[in-house]
Write a protein that binds this ligand. Structure first.
Ligand code: PLP
Length: 406
């Protein structure tokens, strides 16, 4: 049974107060809190097992390397993948997508080639493609969301043309929580010979993921949203795509041999991991993913679906609350504004006074904000430890905002 109170006990920060009130942490879309096992594991490595990885023959380096390299297998298991060698460590999704842009897309794309992407995307899945537009004349083809904030996979498929070289799409909007049927997009894109990149930053946090079922070529995750440390992350890259990639960053670890005249590369995935990596961060991410698998992602998904339904029910009573994105298959991420003059920042400040952490602004998704016709929203994003009592606390605080500003 999913015992949310017991699970809350795993997260030390949830017992603190903010502005004299119990913390209600609803900014999980930005970054999630860390369970004690992750914090303890990282401390333990620093206290007992820390050394640089791959280079040393001494005992600590061997232990650190084994633990660090073991995380590839954990990531692969978490994503339903058979081969840890296809997991490249990154500092997060932003680095993962930039890696694909520089190492795979840039050398292959010519002026007039097209990348299909949706208006739902986070800047991390927009700006690296703008680089190619600026430098190489690559054309960005945008797919509009539906009126309910969802994305019609057929519209993405219809946008694929003879010059399309990549489809880059999110699995879940970080603004509205809309889920995208990336499997349908992936299947159709592959039938047309077009590779697919999936931004799994939010999707992997809220439901089980089996990457082989998504028919994609690149799948990026970011550790800090998965209850692991910041500076951790990974991208799965299909072997065939890896073979087409040149290195992105150069330095130690990614080489086989360096002479004055030439350099040869290490085998993937190390070919794409230059320099000393986030050793303890990645180990922490591995522990976080093990923790999630221990809870069972299907249980996390069911818990969050219940929270979503409860919140939607409570929000229905607030006719001055403008919810952005109400697609049926959405996660427990809610972006909203209030009728009246209150800016999202004002709302966030009032909520913070009551111990409630939400995000206000454009959520690194300016094209989506422009599409929605709003300059900013407040976003309450729920995670595996949130409760219906916290939904009530949010609603009560929003009622107060309405009284203050309405
Ligand atoms: N993509 C989505 C959908 C996100 O929500 C985020 C983070 O907010 C990112 C990409 C970027 O992740 P990171 O900043 O960890 O690289």
């Amino acid at each position: 049974m999913y015992d949310v109170q017991r699970i809350r006990g795993d997260f030390p920060i949830l017992s603190r107060k903010v502005n004299g009130r119990p913390l209600v942490y609803l900014d999980n879309g930005a970054s999630a809190q860390k369970p004690r096992v992750v914090i303890d594991a990282m401390t333990q490595v620093y206290e007992e097992d820390y050394a640089n990885v791959h280079r040393g023959l001494h005992t600590l380096s061997t232990i650190a390397t084994e633990r660090y390299e073991g995380v590839r297998g954990i990531v692969a298991r978490f994503l339903g993948l058979p081969d840890p060698e296809e997991i490249v460590f990154t500092t997060g999704t932003t680095e993962g997508i930039n890696l694909v842009s520089y190492a795979w897309a840039a050398p292959r794309m010519q002026a007039g080639d097209e990348i299909v992407l949706s208006v739902l995307e986070h800047h991390a899945n927009i700006v690296p493609w703008h680089f190619l537009r600026e430098r190489q004349g690559v054309v960005l083809k945008w797919v509009e969301p539906e009126p309910d904030g969802g994305l019609d996979p057929q519209k993405v498929i219809d946008a694929i043309g003879p010059r399309t070289r990549l489809v880059a799409v999110t699995q879940m909007s970080n603004v509205t929580g809309a889920r995208v049927d990336v499997a349908a997009i992936g299947r159709a894109a592959h039938e047309r010979g077009v590779p697919v990149l999936v931004d799994g930053s939010q999707g992997a946090v809220h439901a089980p993921v089996s990457v082989p079922d998504l028919h994609c070529d690149f799948y990026a995750i970011t550790g800090h949203k998965l209850y692991g440390p910041s500076g951790s992350g990974a991208i799965w890259i299909a072997k065939a795509r890896m073979a087409e990639m040149r290195p992105f960053l150069g330095g130690g670890d990614m080489i086989r041999e360096v002479t004055r005249e030439s350099v040869t590369w290490n085998d993937p995935p190390m070919k794409f991991e230059a320099g000393t990596p986030g050793i303890v961060q990645q180990i922490g991410m591995g522990v976080a993913l093990d923790y999630l698998m221990g809870l069972g992602m299907e249980n996390v998904a069911a818990h969050e679906a219940a929270l979503r339904d409860y919140a939607m029910e409570r929000f229905r009573g607030l006719n001055w609350l403008n919810l952005q994105g109400t697609s049926k298959d959405k996660g427990a991420i809610f972006s909203f504004t209030l009728d009246g003059p209150a800016h999202a920042h004002d709302l966030s400040t009032v909520l913070d006074q009551r111990g409630i952490a939400v995000r206000a602004g454009t959520h690194c998704a300016m094209p989506l904000m422009a599409h929605l016709g709003v300059s900013a929203t407040c976003r309450a994003s729920f995670g595996l430890y949130n409760t219906t009592a916290e939904v009530d606390a949010l609603v009560e605080a929003l009622e107060l905002c309405h009284d203050l500003f309405g």
